[in-house]
Design a protein around this ligand. Structure first.
Ligand code: MG
Length: 419
């Protein structure tokens, strides 16, 4: 039977890979809805190739240009903005929504899709980082499937099938360590956006490439894993594995450790999330372990990459803090890409923002979106202070300021992770 898909974020790195899988299995999947940010030339090509029922473009200013490039009769089928995303996510024909928008903007359409009874293939980790409790409650209430596309979570999902939930001791997320794994703390101050965008193993979008370089991505992923697999944050570990062959592992109470492995290609987790419980013949190069010389694993360096430490902390404090953490990071990553702040300052901006934000209980999506907005404003003002400071200090050598004080709750997690 053909599965009808609405793809949110079709022109991004995940979106393009989703369409590659769909192209390969035309009888199995059909695209009924597409939504993109502002890349109208690629979206136009996708519309021509997949002929969806409905399309949405986030940036209203380019909607006119998109319409002009389409044949007559498309005006009713092109929508804009948040409302457009929601319409695409809740199309009556849609069976599964692939949530692959980058960042906080993915939350509202994903929640709308769940409430409309759609199964979700989730690439937008922010949905769970920001509102994990609400989202998982909605998933239960509306009896929909939530399948992880994120490679680590997809790996854990596969490994968990080897045992019963009550027999899981811990889950271990692997991290490539990013392009600066072997740099000194001091060298991190000299990192340029171009260097940070150059990920060693995965070909990804800008935002996630920077997040991988700061280890913020792994921080977001531990929070994602906590909600997705209903596991205490203390039982989630991170291991740096530079080769990106072992995508993650589950340790059971008997000492068995089950891993999922494969070449680093997002089409594998995407195909699995779309076809579960079936497996598709993707035709991708099989993993040849005899050609992988050394597979290394070591604990993360929390001192050099404090974003990961901060993520454990905001996750254990909970409430609206993870949403603020994520929002501050989005603002800081933009500022770094615009060369307004330096690489280690991304994490400093995030740490300072969450320190200033009073954590509130999450009542509804609105509470979360308000925390997101306040954190963006706060982060922006911290960035401006950093810029001013940098101007005053021009000519002085770069020093590494201390992180704001963190609560004691982290120390036990740090111990577990490094032992
Ligand atoms: Mg990942």
């Amino acid at each position: 039977m053909t599965k009808n898909l609405s793809l949110l974020g079709s022109t991004g790195s995940i979106g393009k890979n989703v369409l590659n899988v769909v192209r390969q299995f035309p009888g199995r999947f059909r695209i009924v809805g597409l939504s993109a940010g502002r890349n109208i030339s690629l979206l136009r090509d996708q519309i021509e190739a997949f002929n969806p029922k409905l399309v949405s473009i986030a940036d209203e200013s380019v909607a006119g240009d998109l319409l002009q490039s389409l044949p007559a009769g498309w005006s009713d089928r092109v929508l804009v903005g948040r409302e457009g995303n929601i319409r695409v996510a809740t199309l009556p024909e849609t069976d599964t929504v692939v949530s692959a928008i980058v960042g906080a903007a993915g939350l509202i359409p994903t929640v709308a899709a769940i409430e409309a009874g759609k199964d979700i293939a989730l690439a937008n980790k922010e949905t769970l980082v920001m509102a994990g409790d609400l989202v998982m409650q909605a998933v239960k209430k509306h009896k929909v499937a939530l399948l992880p596309v994120d490679s680590e979570h997809n790996a854990i999902f596969q490994a968990l099938a080897a045992g019963r939930p009550e027999d899981v001791k811990k889950i271990i997320l692997t991290a490539s360590g990013g392009p600066f794994r072997t740099c000194s703390e001091r060298e991190l101050w000299e990192v340029t956006p171009t260097q940070a965008l150059n990920h060693p193993n995965w070909d990804m979008g800008k935002k996630i490439s920077i997040d991988s370089a700061t280890l913020m991505n792994k921080g977001l992923e531990i929070i994602e894993a906590k909600w997705l697999f209903d596991i205490a944050i203390e039982d989630i570990e991170v291991l740096v594995h530079p080769q990106s062959i072992v995508h993650s592992l589950v340790e059971f109470i008997d000492g068995s450790v089950v891993a999922q492995m494969g070449i680093p290609d997002m089409r594998i987790p995407i195909a699995y999330a779309l076809s579960y419980p079936d497996r598709l013949k993707t035709g991708l190069t099989p993993l040849n372990l005899s050609q992988c010389r050394d597979l290394e694993f070591h604990p993360p360096d929390f001192k050099k990459f404090p974003a990961l430490k901060l993520a454990y902390q905001v996750c254990s404090r909970g409430g609206t803090l993870p949403a603020a953490f994520n929002a501050a990071n989005e603002v800081a990553v933009d500022a770094f890409l615009e060369e307004k702040i330096r690489f280690p300052e991304i994490t400093l901006v995030v740490a300072e923002t969450v320190n200033r934000m009073p954590p509130k209980n999450v009542k509804d999506v609105e509470t979360v979106m308000n925390a997101d907005l306040s954190a963006r404003i706060e982060a922006q003002s911290i960035i401006e202070a950093f810029i001013l400071q940098a101007k005053q200090k021009r000519g002085e050598p770069a020093t590494s300021p201390d992180l704001p004080p963190l609560s004691d709750s982290f120390s036990s997690i740090e111990r577990k992770n490094t032992l």
